[in-house]
Ligand binder design. Structure first.
Ligand SMILES: [Zn+2]
Length: 352
């Protein structure tokens, strides 16, 4: 058996968004809303002899893929905490996965770890976020890593999870690095400039079902959306007026009125999504490694999480776009398989 590098699973979905309230797409940057809410679409292209003779364009309101993905990721983070029990490494990582709070960023700053935001950390562990810090030299001394290439600063610090099973699996991964060609190890260690916990995040995002579905700074996303365009390519935009509230006193600001251009309730937008459960990363190709056995569990968890997400969307509405605290953005999002049911047959193992 070896891991196939071809996409393990791919399916296409129809995405439909029905707005139930006025919806502001564009992050609430009111002054520039027209730039944010609209994008150029090509309506008609006429070809002359061997060349394009004319192109007709118009501005079209749309929902960008990043908005849809952001909403779904934050729902998936909530579902994961209820769906998974933490009985495997991928389940544990999914439960830990969250967007860092300002408090956590502060805790990280105090331990001089601020190159990236750690999304797989324990929020309950106030002081250390669930990590202990070890230098490369200490790891080398303890036999977790050896043959650290010349030129790499052995004083670099790596965040090691305190949770026993995570720690064991992460150290296993660090140990497996030493068996790799030194160039690959050197490249990974270069990523550790300034002694961050990047190595932990690279490992964690490979096995975290949420990162598999929605991507991380270190891996692409299995779920890919197109922009959602109004059904029938026609939509009315509404302009709504609000009184500005003075932030410090919480009362109406004298003489300040502003307007928001937004989409009307009842508008239906449509697009497509692709779910492409990815092949194993190169580190997991060695079928004997812990990483490769955990990786197949991670793909199972990602499928389970995606199914739960679809159930959630069947039952509940979402909030999307800007100004949701002012009552904007209530909508019904539905995902529907175009070609097939999400089958559980797995393609990522291939017999030799
Ligand atoms: Zn994650």
């Amino acid at each position: 058996m070896s891991l196939s590098r071809a996409p393990s699973f791919m399916t296409a979905l129809r995405v439909r968004l029905e707005l139930k309230a006025y919806t502001l797409i564009g992050g609430g940057r009111v002054g520039n809303v027209i730039e944010h809410v609209k994008d150029m679409i090509i309506e008609r292209v006429k070809l002359g002899k061997g060349s394009i003779a004319s192109v007709h364009c118009k501005l079209m309101p749309l929902v960008p893929p990043t908005s849809i993905k952001g909403v779904l990721r934050s729902i998936a983070e909530k579902i994961a905490k209820r769906l998974f029990t933490g009985s495997s490494i991928p389940e544990k990582l999914a439960i830990l996965h969250h967007q860092p709070t300002p408090f956590e960023e502060d805790a990280r700053r105090r331990s001089n770890l601020l190159v990236i935001n750690t999304v797989h950390s324990d929020m309950r562990d106030v002081a250390t976020l669930g990590f202990e810090i070890q230098t490369l030299e200490e790891l080398e001394r303890n036999g977790v890593m050896d043959r650290i290439p010349l030129g790499v600063d052995k004083g670099l610090r790596i965040a090691i999870p305190k949770d026993e099973s995570l720690k064991k699996a992460f150290q296993e991964y660090l140990r497996s690095l030493k068996a790799k060609p030194s160039e690959r190890l050197a490249i990974m260690l270069q990523g550790l400039e300034a002694g961050a916990d990047k190595l932990f995040e690279i490992w964690a995002s490979t096995l975290c079902p949420i990162c598999i579905l929605f991507g991380s700074p270190f891996r692409g996303s299995a779920l890919r959306f197109t922009a959602l365009l109004p059904a029938g390519l026609r939509v009315e935009l509404a302009r709504r007026y609000h009184v500005a509230i003075e932030r410090s006193r919480g009362i109406r600001a004298e003489g300040k009125l502003y307007s928001i251009e937004c989409m009307e309730p009842g508008t239906i937008l449509e697009g497509l999504a692709y779910l492409l459960l990815p092949p194993a990363p190169p580190e997991a190709e060695d079928s004997d490694s812990v990483l490769s056995s955990e990786y197949s569990k991670a793909l199972d968890c990602a499928q389970k999480l995606f199914e739960a997400l679809m159930k959630y969307l069947e039952n509940l509405d979402i909030l999307i776009g800007g100004a949701t605290s002012r009552g904007y953005g209530l909508a019904k999002l539905s995902l529907e398989f175009i070609n097939q049911e999400l089958n559980r047959q797995r393609y990522y193992f291939r017999s030799n």
